[in-house]
Unconditional design. Sequence first.
Length: 165
Amino acid sequence: MKQTKLELIVGAFVLVGIVAIAWLAIKIGSGTLLGGGTYLLEARFANSGGINAGSNVIVAGVSVGRVESVRLDSDYNAIVTLRLQKTLKLPTDTMAAIKTSGLIGDRYIALAPGADDTHLAPGERITDTESAVDIEGLISRFAFGSVDKKTDEPAPAKTNEPIIH
């Protein structure tokens, strides 16, 4: 009987520990560990340029949220849903740009708050956006562009004159 009671107590502690670890994992994953809460905003980009769910959202070099989802709208634009810290109040003229950390690093969304007195409400859309720069495409055009120029030049005219050495 004493052994069964001890096993029950140990089992209860193990169960509480597993629940606590699961709760912490969920809170850390969503960025709301300290109970600050979050809210959602949207941004519309012509090209999402490798942004995925979980990508960072940064203001002045500080992480303020994550990308919740990326979907395509009826006009074939990327609608990016941002999950931001509730304490962050963004003016309505905020600009969102897709950036890359380093030359071939991770993509993130950089927010540049504007100077407007009114703020974006949860669920509203950031209208001023800048799509990602296609680094691979630029490098490819630069590298192969010079080759294309050489092939576009006309071939030297053929003459029937003998070559004199």
